[in-house]
Design a protein around this ligand. Structure first.
Ligand SMILES: C[S@@+](CC[C@H](N)C(=O)[O-])C[C@H]1O[C@@H](n2cnc3c(N)ncnc32)[C@H](O)[C@@H]1O
Length: 290
């Protein structure tokens, strides 16, 4: 099945903050399907786009082929790329990070991100991961696995779930759907959301080292923003949003930003009606003095 195209979240708000125009240069840390970048390019700006996922890079290059002269695509993780760019003194009129997974990654069917996937629970976004989700479950002791599920999934039943995952692995279960079923079997009562969702989030965050990636990016963002430049980070869960909020506040106190978002920008009811993914999105921005 052809994966559903990714619908960019908070697109108008992002473009409004970044103010793309001919001659302006932007860094898109999370190219994905190229939706935000397409809007920047359409306004005449130049974009350096990063994605660790080879499939996303192919898709974005195809979609943005008409603007290839103003688009550079980097195949690195955004932390590695951003640190490299900062070390070489590169600055941008704006930087965007639209965190997490794209709809294509979830819907791909053979990557194990979705609870329904009958294939191996892989969950690697792409380049730079030491181990996939099955490898992680096997490598960690039950107690360490429970810690990961608790810390990155904020799951209070982490110990019980870690034990169920270890039992499932002992039976040779390796599909995402099989693991989701094992988790459902150990959580009592009816749940409004699938009881494996928080654990899948935790495994994905751990496999892709997502919070460390974000912390490293946040640390160099002030150096990447040109005078007057704006940085925009869109996050989808409280663990990420907390890191962004604290980093921007701390950096502002140190004089790195002249202005930061006082509260997160969230999607309108109209946007959420069209794109339910936007429901949990929180956009925070910070600006350097001109
Ligand atoms: C939510 S999607 C971005 C969608 C894009 N803004 C659009 O409008 O089409 C996030 C993308 O960021 C990529 N990504 C996530 N973490 C990354 C990291 N640490 N380094 C590089 N790419 C990353 C994912 O592979 C995914 O393609």
């Amino acid at each position: 099945m052809q994966p559903a195209p990714h619908v960019s979240v908070l697109l108008n708000e992002t473009v409004g903050l970044l103010a793309p125009a001919p001659g302006r240069r932007f860094l898109d840390c999370t190219l994905g399907a190229g939706g935000h970048t397409a809007a920047l390019l359409a306004a005449g700006a130049a974009v350096t786009g990063i994605d660790r996922d080879p499939r996303a890079r192919v898709l974005a290059r195809e979609r943005l082929a008409g603007h290839a002269d103003r688009l550079q695509v980097l195949d690195q993780t955004f932390a590695d790329a951003a640190e490299g760019l900062a070390a070489s003194g590169g600055t941008f009129d704006g930087v965007l990070a639209d965190l997490g997974l794209s709809s294509m990654q979830i819907d791909d069917g053979d990557r194990g991100f979705s609870l329904r996937d009958e294939t191996r629970a892989d969950m690697r976004m792409g380049d730079g991961c030491a181990v996939d989700a099955i490898g992680l479950i096997d490598r960690l002791g039950e107690s360490d696995l429970a810690d990961v599920i608790y810390r990155y999934g904020e799951e209070r039943l982490s110990r019980r779930i870690a034990s169920a995952l270890k039992r499932a692995r002992a039976k040779g279960i390796e599909s995402a759907a099989g693991l989701a079923e094992a988790i459902r079997g150990c959580v009592p009562g009816h749940q409004p959301r699938h009881p494996a969702l928080r654990t899948f989030q935790a495994l994905r965050i751990a496999v892709n080292d997502e919070l460390a990636e974000l912390e490293r990016l946040l640390a160099v963002l002030p150096r990447l923003a040109a005078p007057g430049g704006c940085v925009v980070v869109i996050s989808f869960h409280s663990l990420e949003d907390r890191l962004v909020k604290i980093a921007f506040k701390t950096q502002q106190t140190r004089g790195r930003w002249s202005e930061i978002a006082r509260r997160p920008v969230i999607a309108s009811d109209d946007e959420v009606a069209i794109n339910p993914r936007a429901h949990s999105a929180k956009l925070r921005w910070a600006r350097r003095a001109a």
